[in-house]
Design a protein around this ligand. Structure first.
Ligand code: NAD
Length: 499
Protein backbone atom coordinates (compact mmCIF):
# COMPACT_ATOMS: atom_id res chain seq x y z
CA UNK A 1 0.00 0.00 0.00
CA UNK A 2 1.33 3.46 -0.98
CA UNK A 3 2.17 5.65 2.02
CA UNK A 4 1.72 9.42 2.01
CA UNK A 5 4.36 10.94 4.25
CA UNK A 6 4.61 14.27 6.01
CA UNK A 7 6.94 16.82 4.42
CA UNK A 8 9.31 17.80 7.20
CA UNK A 9 12.13 20.19 6.41
CA UNK A 10 15.12 21.49 8.33
CA UNK A 11 15.93 18.25 10.13
CA UNK A 12 12.63 17.48 11.88
CA UNK A 13 12.87 13.75 12.69
CA UNK A 14 10.52 11.30 10.96
CA UNK A 15 7.43 10.29 12.86
CA UNK A 16 7.86 7.06 14.86
CA UNK A 17 4.94 4.57 14.86
CA UNK A 18 2.51 6.89 13.12
CA UNK A 19 -1.25 6.62 13.28
CA UNK A 20 -2.68 6.63 9.78
CA UNK A 21 -5.79 7.25 7.71
CA UNK A 22 -7.20 5.59 4.61
CA UNK A 23 -7.18 7.55 1.36
CA UNK A 24 -9.83 6.32 -1.07
CA UNK A 25 -10.21 6.47 -4.80
CA UNK A 26 -13.85 7.65 -4.87
CA UNK A 27 -14.20 6.39 -8.46
CA UNK A 28 -13.60 2.77 -7.53
CA UNK A 29 -14.39 2.85 -3.82
CA UNK A 30 -10.99 1.26 -3.10
CA UNK A 31 -8.45 2.37 -0.53
CA UNK A 32 -5.53 3.60 -2.62
CA UNK A 33 -3.07 4.81 0.03
CA UNK A 34 -2.38 5.28 3.72
CA UNK A 35 -1.64 8.77 5.00
CA UNK A 36 0.75 8.82 7.97
CA UNK A 37 -0.39 11.11 10.79
CA UNK A 38 1.98 13.22 12.85
CA UNK A 39 1.91 13.32 16.64
CA UNK A 40 2.34 16.12 19.19
CA UNK A 41 6.11 15.56 19.42
CA UNK A 42 6.50 15.91 15.65
CA UNK A 43 4.53 19.14 15.68
CA UNK A 44 6.65 20.53 18.51
CA UNK A 45 9.83 19.61 16.64
CA UNK A 46 8.49 21.19 13.43
CA UNK A 47 7.63 24.41 15.27
CA UNK A 48 11.07 24.52 16.88
CA UNK A 49 12.73 24.25 13.47
CA UNK A 50 10.31 26.74 11.90
CA UNK A 51 10.83 29.24 14.68
CA UNK A 52 14.60 29.05 14.28
CA UNK A 53 14.44 29.42 10.48
CA UNK A 54 11.85 32.20 10.24
CA UNK A 55 13.90 35.32 11.19
CA UNK A 56 16.43 34.66 8.42
CA UNK A 57 13.60 34.18 5.89
CA UNK A 58 11.93 37.40 7.04
CA UNK A 59 15.28 39.15 6.56
CA UNK A 60 15.50 38.07 2.91
CA UNK A 61 14.47 41.16 0.98
CA UNK A 62 10.95 40.97 -0.46
CA UNK A 63 12.11 41.02 -4.08
CA UNK A 64 14.16 37.87 -3.48
CA UNK A 65 11.26 36.25 -1.64
CA UNK A 66 9.09 37.08 -4.66
CA UNK A 67 11.54 35.28 -6.95
CA UNK A 68 10.86 32.02 -5.10
CA UNK A 69 7.20 32.46 -5.98
CA UNK A 70 7.95 33.27 -9.63
CA UNK A 71 9.83 29.94 -9.82
CA UNK A 72 7.07 28.17 -7.87
CA UNK A 73 4.52 29.40 -10.41
CA UNK A 74 6.59 27.95 -13.26
CA UNK A 75 6.95 24.62 -11.49
CA UNK A 76 3.21 24.35 -10.84
CA UNK A 77 2.58 25.14 -14.51
CA UNK A 78 5.09 22.45 -15.50
CA UNK A 79 3.30 19.85 -13.36
CA UNK A 80 -0.21 21.10 -13.83
CA UNK A 81 -1.57 18.02 -15.63
CA UNK A 82 -0.01 15.49 -13.27
CA UNK A 83 -1.23 17.48 -10.27
CA UNK A 84 -4.75 17.58 -11.70
CA UNK A 85 -4.87 13.81 -12.21
CA UNK A 86 -3.52 13.17 -8.71
CA UNK A 87 -6.03 15.60 -7.26
CA UNK A 88 -8.95 14.05 -9.15
CA UNK A 89 -7.95 10.55 -8.08
CA UNK A 90 -8.28 11.40 -4.37
CA UNK A 91 -11.11 13.93 -4.51
CA UNK A 92 -13.28 12.55 -7.31
CA UNK A 93 -13.76 15.81 -9.25
CA UNK A 94 -13.21 15.68 -13.00
CA UNK A 95 -9.75 16.42 -14.36
CA UNK A 96 -10.87 19.71 -16.04
CA UNK A 97 -12.39 20.79 -12.72
CA UNK A 98 -9.15 19.83 -10.94
CA UNK A 99 -7.26 22.03 -13.41
CA UNK A 100 -9.51 24.90 -12.32
CA UNK A 101 -8.75 24.12 -8.65
CA UNK A 102 -5.04 24.44 -9.44
CA UNK A 103 -5.50 27.59 -11.53
CA UNK A 104 -7.39 29.36 -8.76
CA UNK A 105 -4.50 28.64 -6.39
CA UNK A 106 -1.96 29.67 -9.00
CA UNK A 107 -3.73 33.03 -9.27
CA UNK A 108 -2.85 33.66 -5.61
CA UNK A 109 0.77 32.63 -6.22
CA UNK A 110 0.87 35.20 -9.03
CA UNK A 111 -0.61 37.82 -6.70
CA UNK A 112 2.11 37.32 -4.08
CA UNK A 113 4.82 37.67 -6.76
CA UNK A 114 4.05 41.36 -6.16
CA UNK A 115 4.95 41.10 -2.47
CA UNK A 116 7.53 43.94 -2.55
CA UNK A 117 4.79 46.32 -3.56
CA UNK A 118 2.16 44.74 -1.30
CA UNK A 119 4.31 45.12 1.80
CA UNK A 120 5.24 48.75 1.21
CA UNK A 121 4.24 50.60 4.33
CA UNK A 122 2.76 54.05 4.68
CA UNK A 123 4.68 57.25 5.33
CA UNK A 124 3.60 60.69 6.44
CA UNK A 125 6.16 63.41 6.22
CA UNK A 126 5.69 66.29 8.62
CA UNK A 127 2.88 64.85 10.74
CA UNK A 128 3.97 67.46 13.31
CA UNK A 129 6.89 69.85 13.61
CA UNK A 130 9.90 67.83 12.46
CA UNK A 131 7.89 64.65 12.95
CA UNK A 132 7.39 61.86 10.42
CA UNK A 133 5.20 58.80 10.91
CA UNK A 134 5.64 55.53 9.10
CA UNK A 135 4.10 52.11 9.39
CA UNK A 136 5.36 48.73 8.30
CA UNK A 137 3.90 45.26 8.06
CA UNK A 138 5.96 42.60 9.79
CA UNK A 139 5.44 38.83 9.72
CA UNK A 140 3.91 37.08 12.72
CA UNK A 141 6.47 34.26 13.04
CA UNK A 142 5.26 30.67 12.78
CA UNK A 143 1.71 30.36 11.40
CA UNK A 144 -0.44 27.41 10.34
CA UNK A 145 -3.14 26.44 7.87
CA UNK A 146 -5.77 23.71 8.22
CA UNK A 147 -7.57 22.85 4.99
CA UNK A 148 -10.64 20.88 3.78
CA UNK A 149 -10.81 18.05 1.27
CA UNK A 150 -12.69 19.85 -1.46
CA UNK A 151 -9.98 22.14 -2.89
CA UNK A 152 -6.69 20.31 -2.27
CA UNK A 153 -4.67 22.78 -4.38
CA UNK A 154 -6.52 26.10 -4.22
CA UNK A 155 -7.04 26.42 -0.47
CA UNK A 156 -3.53 25.41 0.68
CA UNK A 157 -2.22 27.96 -1.88
CA UNK A 158 -4.64 30.63 -0.59
CA UNK A 159 -2.88 30.33 2.74
CA UNK A 160 0.71 29.30 2.22
CA UNK A 161 1.47 31.78 -0.56
CA UNK A 162 0.67 35.01 1.34
CA UNK A 163 1.89 33.61 4.66
CA UNK A 164 5.33 32.69 3.34
CA UNK A 165 5.68 35.66 1.00
CA UNK A 166 5.09 37.93 4.00
CA UNK A 167 8.08 36.32 5.75
CA UNK A 168 6.40 33.77 8.02
CA UNK A 169 7.21 30.09 8.45
CA UNK A 170 4.16 27.97 7.62
CA UNK A 171 2.84 24.64 8.89
CA UNK A 172 0.15 23.02 6.75
CA UNK A 173 -2.27 20.39 8.04
CA UNK A 174 -4.14 19.34 4.88
CA UNK A 175 -7.29 17.27 4.76
CA UNK A 176 -6.48 13.66 5.51
CA UNK A 177 -8.91 12.66 2.73
CA UNK A 178 -6.98 14.33 -0.12
CA UNK A 179 -3.42 14.85 1.16
CA UNK A 180 -1.16 14.13 -1.84
CA UNK A 181 -1.44 17.38 -3.80
CA UNK A 182 -0.68 19.63 -0.80
CA UNK A 183 2.50 17.60 -0.19
CA UNK A 184 3.50 17.83 -3.84
CA UNK A 185 2.92 21.60 -3.83
CA UNK A 186 5.19 21.96 -0.80
CA UNK A 187 7.85 19.87 -2.56
CA UNK A 188 7.63 22.20 -5.57
CA UNK A 189 7.98 25.23 -3.31
CA UNK A 190 11.14 23.68 -1.88
CA UNK A 191 12.37 23.06 -5.41
CA UNK A 192 11.69 26.73 -6.15
CA UNK A 193 14.27 27.64 -3.53
CA UNK A 194 12.39 28.01 -0.25
CA UNK A 195 14.89 27.53 2.59
CA UNK A 196 14.78 24.69 5.13
CA UNK A 197 12.25 24.96 7.92
CA UNK A 198 9.93 27.52 6.28
CA UNK A 199 7.33 24.99 5.18
CA UNK A 200 6.26 21.80 6.95
CA UNK A 201 3.33 19.59 6.00
CA UNK A 202 2.01 17.41 8.82
CA UNK A 203 -0.95 15.10 8.33
CA UNK A 204 -3.58 14.24 10.87
CA UNK A 205 -7.13 14.51 12.10
CA UNK A 206 -8.69 16.32 15.07
CA UNK A 207 -5.78 15.28 17.28
CA UNK A 208 -3.29 17.20 15.12
CA UNK A 209 -5.67 20.16 14.78
CA UNK A 210 -5.89 20.37 18.57
CA UNK A 211 -2.11 20.15 18.88
CA UNK A 212 -1.76 23.09 16.46
CA UNK A 213 -4.38 25.14 18.30
CA UNK A 214 -2.77 24.51 21.70
CA UNK A 215 0.83 25.20 20.54
CA UNK A 216 1.65 28.66 21.94
CA UNK A 217 4.49 29.31 19.46
CA UNK A 218 2.05 29.24 16.52
CA UNK A 219 0.84 32.83 16.23
CA UNK A 220 -2.01 32.54 13.73
CA UNK A 221 -4.15 29.83 12.17
CA UNK A 222 -6.08 30.02 8.94
CA UNK A 223 -8.82 27.37 8.75
CA UNK A 224 -11.29 26.35 6.04
CA UNK A 225 -13.83 23.59 6.62
CA UNK A 226 -17.33 22.94 7.90
CA UNK A 227 -18.98 25.47 10.21
CA UNK A 228 -19.19 23.51 13.46
CA UNK A 229 -15.50 22.67 13.20
CA UNK A 230 -14.67 26.25 12.14
CA UNK A 231 -16.44 27.63 15.20
CA UNK A 232 -14.69 25.13 17.48
CA UNK A 233 -11.29 25.89 15.92
CA UNK A 234 -11.90 29.62 16.25
CA UNK A 235 -12.85 29.36 19.93
CA UNK A 236 -9.96 27.07 20.87
CA UNK A 237 -7.40 29.06 18.88
CA UNK A 238 -8.43 32.47 20.22
CA UNK A 239 -8.39 31.02 23.75
CA UNK A 240 -4.63 30.59 23.37
CA UNK A 241 -4.28 34.13 22.01
CA UNK A 242 -3.89 33.30 18.35
CA UNK A 243 -5.04 35.35 15.42
CA UNK A 244 -7.70 33.19 13.74
CA UNK A 245 -9.58 33.24 10.44
CA UNK A 246 -11.99 30.32 10.12
CA UNK A 247 -14.08 29.91 6.97
CA UNK A 248 -17.08 27.59 7.31
CA UNK A 249 -19.82 25.94 5.30
CA UNK A 250 -22.41 27.45 3.03
CA UNK A 251 -25.88 27.27 1.54
CA UNK A 252 -25.80 29.68 -1.37
CA UNK A 253 -29.02 30.92 -2.97
CA UNK A 254 -29.54 31.65 -6.65
CA UNK A 255 -32.40 34.12 -7.02
CA UNK A 256 -34.18 34.12 -10.38
CA UNK A 257 -36.19 37.27 -11.07
CA UNK A 258 -39.14 37.16 -13.50
CA UNK A 259 -37.18 39.27 -16.03
CA UNK A 260 -34.11 36.99 -16.03
CA UNK A 261 -32.84 35.35 -19.20
CA UNK A 262 -34.06 31.90 -18.16
CA UNK A 263 -32.00 29.91 -20.64
CA UNK A 264 -28.84 31.60 -19.43
CA UNK A 265 -29.87 31.23 -15.78
CA UNK A 266 -30.60 27.52 -16.16
CA UNK A 267 -27.22 26.82 -17.78
CA UNK A 268 -25.44 28.69 -15.01
CA UNK A 269 -27.46 27.19 -12.16
CA UNK A 270 -27.07 23.60 -13.37
CA UNK A 271 -23.29 24.02 -13.60
CA UNK A 272 -23.07 25.68 -10.20
CA UNK A 273 -25.38 23.21 -8.45
CA UNK A 274 -24.00 19.95 -9.83
CA UNK A 275 -20.38 20.79 -10.80
CA UNK A 276 -17.89 19.00 -8.53
CA UNK A 277 -20.89 16.94 -7.31
CA UNK A 278 -21.98 20.01 -5.34
CA UNK A 279 -18.92 19.74 -3.10
CA UNK A 280 -18.03 23.42 -3.27
CA UNK A 281 -18.61 26.05 -0.62
CA UNK A 282 -19.56 28.33 -3.53
CA UNK A 283 -21.94 25.82 -5.14
CA UNK A 284 -25.51 26.95 -5.70
CA UNK A 285 -27.68 24.36 -3.90
CA UNK A 286 -30.77 26.59 -3.49
CA UNK A 287 -32.67 28.20 -6.34
CA UNK A 288 -35.26 30.86 -5.53
CA UNK A 289 -37.59 31.72 -8.42
CA UNK A 290 -39.65 34.85 -7.85
CA UNK A 291 -43.30 34.15 -8.64
CA UNK A 292 -44.98 30.86 -9.50
CA UNK A 293 -44.89 31.50 -13.25
CA UNK A 294 -41.09 31.89 -13.10
CA UNK A 295 -40.85 28.79 -10.91
CA UNK A 296 -42.85 26.63 -13.31
CA UNK A 297 -40.88 27.75 -16.37
CA UNK A 298 -37.59 27.31 -14.52
CA UNK A 299 -38.50 23.87 -13.24
CA UNK A 300 -39.36 22.62 -16.71
CA UNK A 301 -36.01 23.80 -18.08
CA UNK A 302 -34.08 22.47 -15.09
CA UNK A 303 -35.59 19.00 -15.51
CA UNK A 304 -34.57 18.98 -19.17
CA UNK A 305 -31.03 20.15 -18.38
CA UNK A 306 -30.62 17.60 -15.57
CA UNK A 307 -31.74 14.86 -17.95
CA UNK A 308 -28.72 15.67 -20.12
CA UNK A 309 -26.16 15.54 -17.31
CA UNK A 310 -23.48 12.89 -17.43
CA UNK A 311 -22.09 11.47 -14.19
CA UNK A 312 -18.79 9.71 -14.75
CA UNK A 313 -15.37 8.88 -13.39
CA UNK A 314 -12.88 11.69 -12.92
CA UNK A 315 -10.92 10.86 -16.06
CA UNK A 316 -14.00 10.60 -18.32
CA UNK A 317 -13.63 13.64 -20.60
CA UNK A 318 -17.39 13.77 -21.11
CA UNK A 319 -18.35 13.66 -17.43
CA UNK A 320 -20.05 16.74 -15.99
CA UNK A 321 -19.22 15.60 -12.49
CA UNK A 322 -17.70 12.65 -10.67
CA UNK A 323 -18.20 10.79 -7.40
CA UNK A 324 -18.46 12.38 -3.96
CA UNK A 325 -15.55 11.99 -1.59
CA UNK A 326 -16.55 8.99 0.54
CA UNK A 327 -19.17 6.31 1.12
CA UNK A 328 -20.12 8.04 4.37
CA UNK A 329 -20.68 11.33 2.55
CA UNK A 330 -22.78 9.61 -0.14
CA UNK A 331 -24.96 8.12 2.61
CA UNK A 332 -25.22 11.51 4.30
CA UNK A 333 -26.35 13.24 1.09
CA UNK A 334 -28.93 10.55 0.38
CA UNK A 335 -30.10 10.83 3.99
CA UNK A 336 -30.74 14.55 3.48
CA UNK A 337 -32.82 13.82 0.36
CA UNK A 338 -34.91 11.39 2.42
CA UNK A 339 -35.28 14.01 5.15
CA UNK A 340 -36.32 16.67 2.63
CA UNK A 341 -39.07 14.39 1.30
CA UNK A 342 -40.20 13.52 4.84
CA UNK A 343 -40.37 17.25 5.59
CA UNK A 344 -42.73 17.79 2.66
CA UNK A 345 -40.49 18.68 -0.31
CA UNK A 346 -41.47 17.32 -3.69
CA UNK A 347 -38.77 15.17 -5.28
CA UNK A 348 -38.72 16.07 -8.98
CA UNK A 349 -35.51 14.20 -9.89
CA UNK A 350 -34.23 11.59 -7.43
CA UNK A 351 -30.51 10.78 -7.61
CA UNK A 352 -30.46 8.32 -4.73
CA UNK A 353 -29.32 4.79 -5.41
CA UNK A 354 -27.42 5.85 -8.52
CA UNK A 355 -24.69 3.44 -9.69
CA UNK A 356 -22.25 3.86 -12.53
CA UNK A 357 -21.87 0.82 -14.72
CA UNK A 358 -18.41 -0.70 -14.31
CA UNK A 359 -17.83 1.37 -11.15
CA UNK A 360 -20.55 0.01 -8.92
CA UNK A 361 -18.56 0.54 -5.71
CA UNK A 362 -17.71 4.17 -6.54
CA UNK A 363 -19.28 6.93 -4.45
CA UNK A 364 -21.61 8.34 -7.10
CA UNK A 365 -24.82 10.28 -6.40
CA UNK A 366 -27.21 11.17 -9.21
CA UNK A 367 -28.42 14.74 -9.70
CA UNK A 368 -31.40 15.53 -7.51
CA UNK A 369 -33.99 18.30 -7.75
CA UNK A 370 -36.39 19.09 -4.92
CA UNK A 371 -39.27 21.56 -5.29
CA UNK A 372 -41.58 23.22 -2.74
CA UNK A 373 -38.84 23.43 -0.16
CA UNK A 374 -39.64 25.85 2.67
CA UNK A 375 -37.45 27.91 4.99
CA UNK A 376 -38.42 25.99 8.13
CA UNK A 377 -37.12 22.64 6.83
CA UNK A 378 -33.95 21.25 8.38
CA UNK A 379 -32.84 20.01 4.95
CA UNK A 380 -32.94 23.66 3.81
CA UNK A 381 -31.25 25.11 6.88
CA UNK A 382 -28.28 22.73 6.79
CA UNK A 383 -25.51 22.25 4.26
CA UNK A 384 -25.93 19.04 2.20
CA UNK A 385 -22.75 19.43 0.10
CA UNK A 386 -23.86 17.14 -2.69
CA UNK A 387 -25.51 17.24 -6.14
CA UNK A 388 -28.86 18.29 -4.71
CA UNK A 389 -30.71 21.43 -5.83
CA UNK A 390 -33.55 22.71 -3.66
CA UNK A 391 -36.18 25.07 -5.07
CA UNK A 392 -37.79 27.56 -2.69
CA UNK A 393 -40.65 29.51 -4.28
CA UNK A 394 -41.26 33.11 -3.19
CA UNK A 395 -43.75 35.78 -4.26
CA UNK A 396 -41.49 38.82 -4.60
CA UNK A 397 -37.92 40.08 -4.68
CA UNK A 398 -38.04 41.29 -1.09
CA UNK A 399 -38.96 37.81 0.14
CA UNK A 400 -36.06 36.34 -1.89
CA UNK A 401 -33.60 38.74 -0.32
CA UNK A 402 -34.92 38.03 3.17
CA UNK A 403 -34.50 34.32 2.59
CA UNK A 404 -30.79 34.70 1.82
CA UNK A 405 -30.32 37.28 4.58
CA UNK A 406 -32.03 35.20 7.26
CA UNK A 407 -30.27 31.96 6.38
CA UNK A 408 -27.70 30.94 9.00
CA UNK A 409 -24.99 30.72 6.33
CA UNK A 410 -23.84 33.76 4.38
CA UNK A 411 -21.09 32.71 2.01
CA UNK A 412 -22.31 33.48 -1.52
CA UNK A 413 -25.52 34.46 -3.30
CA UNK A 414 -26.41 35.09 -6.93
CA UNK A 415 -29.20 37.06 -8.55
CA UNK A 416 -30.30 36.55 -12.15
CA UNK A 417 -32.03 39.60 -13.59
CA UNK A 418 -31.91 42.18 -16.37
CA UNK A 419 -32.81 45.00 -13.99
CA UNK A 420 -29.66 46.89 -12.97
CA UNK A 421 -31.39 48.89 -10.26
CA UNK A 422 -32.88 45.80 -8.62
CA UNK A 423 -29.51 44.03 -8.74
CA UNK A 424 -27.69 47.00 -7.25
CA UNK A 425 -30.21 47.28 -4.43
CA UNK A 426 -29.96 43.56 -3.77
CA UNK A 427 -26.14 43.61 -3.63
CA UNK A 428 -26.17 46.53 -1.21
CA UNK A 429 -28.69 45.05 1.19
CA UNK A 430 -28.29 41.27 1.26
CA UNK A 431 -26.41 39.92 4.31
CA UNK A 432 -24.02 37.63 2.49
CA UNK A 433 -20.26 38.01 1.97
CA UNK A 434 -19.97 37.41 -1.81
CA UNK A 435 -22.59 38.43 -4.36
CA UNK A 436 -22.94 37.43 -8.00
CA UNK A 437 -25.05 39.42 -10.46
CA UNK A 438 -25.79 37.06 -13.34
CA UNK A 439 -22.66 35.24 -12.11
CA UNK A 440 -23.45 31.93 -10.43
CA UNK A 441 -20.17 31.31 -8.54
CA UNK A 442 -18.88 34.72 -7.47
CA UNK A 443 -15.51 33.58 -6.12
CA UNK A 444 -13.57 36.86 -6.17
CA UNK A 445 -10.38 37.10 -8.24
CA UNK A 446 -7.07 36.77 -6.39
CA UNK A 447 -6.51 40.51 -5.96
CA UNK A 448 -9.86 40.95 -4.21
CA UNK A 449 -10.61 38.60 -1.32
CA UNK A 450 -12.78 35.69 -0.28
CA UNK A 451 -14.94 35.48 2.82
CA UNK A 452 -18.44 34.67 3.99
CA UNK A 453 -20.62 36.16 6.70
CA UNK A 454 -22.60 34.66 9.60
CA UNK A 455 -21.88 30.93 10.10
CA UNK A 456 -19.73 30.91 6.96
CA UNK A 457 -16.88 32.82 8.58
CA UNK A 458 -15.46 33.30 12.06
CA UNK A 459 -12.70 35.78 12.85
CA UNK A 460 -11.34 38.75 10.99
CA UNK A 461 -9.88 39.21 7.53
CA UNK A 462 -10.83 37.36 4.39
CA UNK A 463 -8.63 34.94 2.49
CA UNK A 464 -6.09 36.22 -0.07
CA UNK A 465 -5.81 39.64 -1.72
CA UNK A 466 -4.82 42.46 0.63
CA UNK A 467 -6.90 40.78 3.33
CA UNK A 468 -4.53 37.80 3.24
CA UNK A 469 -1.53 40.11 3.52
CA UNK A 470 -3.14 41.83 6.50
CA UNK A 471 -3.94 38.54 8.21
CA UNK A 472 -0.37 37.25 7.99
CA UNK A 473 1.32 40.48 9.12
CA UNK A 474 1.09 42.90 12.01
CA UNK A 475 1.45 46.62 11.67
CA UNK A 476 4.12 48.55 13.49
CA UNK A 477 3.91 52.33 13.42
CA UNK A 478 6.92 54.54 14.12
CA UNK A 479 6.74 58.22 15.04
CA UNK A 480 10.15 59.82 14.61
CA UNK A 481 11.79 63.16 15.31
CA UNK A 482 15.43 64.10 14.79
CA UNK A 483 15.90 67.19 16.92
CA UNK A 484 18.86 69.40 16.15
CA UNK A 485 21.44 69.21 18.87
CA UNK A 486 20.43 71.45 21.74
CA UNK A 487 16.80 71.69 20.59
CA UNK A 488 14.72 70.95 23.71
CA UNK A 489 10.97 70.97 24.31
CA UNK A 490 10.83 70.37 28.06
CA UNK A 491 8.62 67.85 29.83
CA UNK A 492 4.99 67.68 28.88
CA UNK A 493 2.37 66.16 31.16
CA UNK A 494 -0.51 66.19 28.71
CA UNK A 495 -1.16 63.70 25.95
CA UNK A 496 0.94 64.79 22.97
CA UNK A 497 -1.10 66.27 20.11
CA UNK A 498 -0.12 67.77 16.78
CA UNK A 499 -2.49 70.69 17.34
P1 NAD B 1 -14.13 19.41 7.76
O1 NAD B 1 -14.63 20.48 8.68
O2 NAD B 1 -14.57 18.01 8.01
O3 NAD B 1 -12.52 19.36 7.80
C1 NAD B 1 -11.74 20.52 7.62
C2 NAD B 1 -10.44 20.32 8.38
O4 NAD B 1 -10.71 20.21 9.77
C3 NAD B 1 -9.67 19.07 7.97
O5 NAD B 1 -8.30 19.37 7.89
C4 NAD B 1 -9.98 18.09 9.09
O6 NAD B 1 -8.91 17.20 9.34
C5 NAD B 1 -10.22 18.98 10.29
N1 NAD B 1 -11.24 18.46 11.20
C6 NAD B 1 -12.32 17.67 10.89
N2 NAD B 1 -13.06 17.44 11.98
C7 NAD B 1 -12.47 18.09 13.00
C8 NAD B 1 -12.78 18.23 14.39
N3 NAD B 1 -13.85 17.66 14.92
N4 NAD B 1 -11.95 18.97 15.14
C9 NAD B 1 -10.87 19.57 14.62
N5 NAD B 1 -10.54 19.47 13.32
C10 NAD B 1 -11.32 18.74 12.51
O7 NAD B 1 -14.47 19.88 6.27
P2 NAD B 1 -14.36 19.03 4.93
O8 NAD B 1 -15.45 18.01 4.91
O9 NAD B 1 -12.96 18.60 4.72
O10 NAD B 1 -14.67 20.15 3.85
C11 NAD B 1 -15.95 20.51 3.45
C12 NAD B 1 -16.49 21.68 4.26
O11 NAD B 1 -15.63 22.81 4.09
C13 NAD B 1 -17.86 22.14 3.78
O12 NAD B 1 -18.62 22.49 4.90
C14 NAD B 1 -17.55 23.35 2.91
O13 NAD B 1 -18.60 24.26 2.77
C15 NAD B 1 -16.41 23.94 3.68
N6 NAD B 1 -15.61 24.81 2.84
C16 NAD B 1 -15.64 26.15 3.08
C17 NAD B 1 -14.93 27.01 2.29
C18 NAD B 1 -14.94 28.48 2.57
O14 NAD B 1 -14.02 29.17 2.13
N7 NAD B 1 -15.92 29.00 3.26
C19 NAD B 1 -14.16 26.52 1.23
C20 NAD B 1 -14.14 25.14 1.01
C21 NAD B 1 -14.86 24.30 1.83
Amino acid sequence: MREIQALLTGGVPAIPNPRSGDVFDPNSGDIQARVLFGDDATLRAAVTVAEAAQPAWAAVNPQRRARVFFRFKELIERERDALARLLASEHGKTVPDALGDIQRGLDVVEFVCGIPHLLKGEFTEGAGPGIDVYSMRQPLGVVAGITPFNFPAMIPLWMLAPAIACGNAFILKPSERAPSVPVRLAELLREAGLPDGIIQVIHGDKQMVDAILDEPRIKAVSFVGSSDVAQYVYARGTATGKRMQCMGGAKNHGIVMPDADLDQAVEEIVGAAYGSAGERCMALPVVVPVGDATADRLRERLVAAIGGLRVGISTDPDADYGPVVSAAHKARIEGYVGLAIAEGSEVVVDGRGFTLQGHERGFFVGPTLLDRVTADMRSYQEEIFGPVLQMVRVDDAQAAMHLATRHPYGNGVAIFTRDGGAARNFAAQVEVGMVGINVPIPVPVSYHSFGGWKRSGFGDHNQYGMEGIRFFTRVKTVTQRWPASGERQGSSFTIPTMA
